[in-house]
Design a protein around this ligand. Structure first.
Ligand code: KPL
Length: 311
């Protein structure tokens, strides 16, 4: 951080969490003892619960609570060092506009959202030198307004580039202080596509068949479509020049199904609540990239259209 940064003047970082959903609540609760945390969202009940009672986090063996500040109007939030973007990918443009209004000139917006196109959409509004793209494998389920189950621990990766390296590293340190397993990486593309392989296979199929993740392995037809989606996505990623960290991506997807067997995927939860889904930012981007690179993606295209057609 430069010395003009409000972070240095105050002695602690000010973080806006954009999004009142499961991951927004989890990150807000864990960061609250280590930074001045504001949660900014459009869900009135969620914001009201956070203002009244803070976040309630259900861990495997205990429940704990953290006080946070919350608002539904960006004008109510002070200028901040970090805007951690955890809204659904169909809300990224609004989050970008809000972050642009409340970020310090040397602040940093960090996306940990599902999907492949959020970074580019944030950069379009906020500028490349003020955006860090990340991926998180933390698992969380929203139980109600301001109430979250920490369903599983997993690593978080933050992409670093020279224009913002010191600010991104300061945020990585803060996340570590808050107890997250965080890795700074110069190759966030690999991690982003690695997660996209998982999301492109598991999320639409669980949403279409309305089953928890583990049920995708219980039937030969389900396993076959799961593998076809994963393989197509891997082919697009490789054609793009992405080095995927998993040596066997299909085995990796199946391992995630087993590890999260009782989870209802985020896309299934969206469909069950009658909300829009993140299908465009996951399978939709894979289809578009496939077209651009001359890689056929018929299975991704069919599930993309099937999920878009759910009403
Ligand atoms: O990220 C997920 C999601 O639900 O969006 C998985 C890994 C599929 C876990 O449910």
């Amino acid at each position: 951080m430069k010395h003009t940064s409000p972070f240095c003047e105050r002695g602690s970082m000010r973080v806006i969490i954009l999004g009142t959903g499961a991951l927004g609540c989890l990150f807000a609760a864990r960061l609250a003892p280590h930074a001045e945390v504001w949660v900014l969202g459009t869900w009135r009940e969620g914001v009201a619960a956070l203002q009244r009672e803070g976040v309630r986090v259900h861990e495997a063996d205990h429940i704990w609570r953290a006080s946070v500040r919350a608002a539904d109007d960006p004008a109510a939030v002070p200028v901040s060092d970090i805007a951690l973007v955890l809204v659904k990918s169909y809300q990224t443009e609004r989050a970008a506009a809000w972050a642009a209004r409340r970020l310090a000139p040397d602040g940093l917006a960090v996306t940990l959202q599902n999907g492949l196109d959020n970074g580019a959409r944030l950069i379009a509004t906020i500028g490349e030198e003020r955006v860090a793209i990340g991926v998180t494998f933390e698992g969380a389920t929203l139980l109600g307004p301001g109430e979250v189950r920490h369903a599983g621990r997993g690593p978080t990766y933050i992409g670093i580039h020279p224009a913002m390296a010191s600010r991104a590293r300061a945020f990585v340190s803060l996340l570590r202080e808050a107890g997250f397993e965080v890795h700074a990486t110069r190759d966030i593309e690999g991690m982003l596509w690695d997660k996209a392989v998982v999301n492109a296979a598991i999320n639409p199929l669980t949403a279409l068949w309305r089953v928890p993740n583990g049920e995708l392995l219980t039937h030969a037809d389900r396993r076959s479509l799961l593998a076809a989606l994963a393989r197509e996505t891997v082919t697009v990623a490789r054609a793009r020049g992405v080095a995927l960290p998993s040596p066997d991506p299909v085995a990796h997807v199946k391992a995630v199904c087993r590890a999260t067997a009782s989870n209802r995927s985020s896309m299934l939860q969206d469909v069950e609540r009658g909300r829009p889904t993140e299908i465009d930012s996951i399978n939709g981007v894979i289809v578009a990239e496939g077209r651009r690179l001359g890689v056929p993606t018929p299975v991704n295209e069919v599930v993309w259209r099937l999920v878009r057609g759910i009403r």
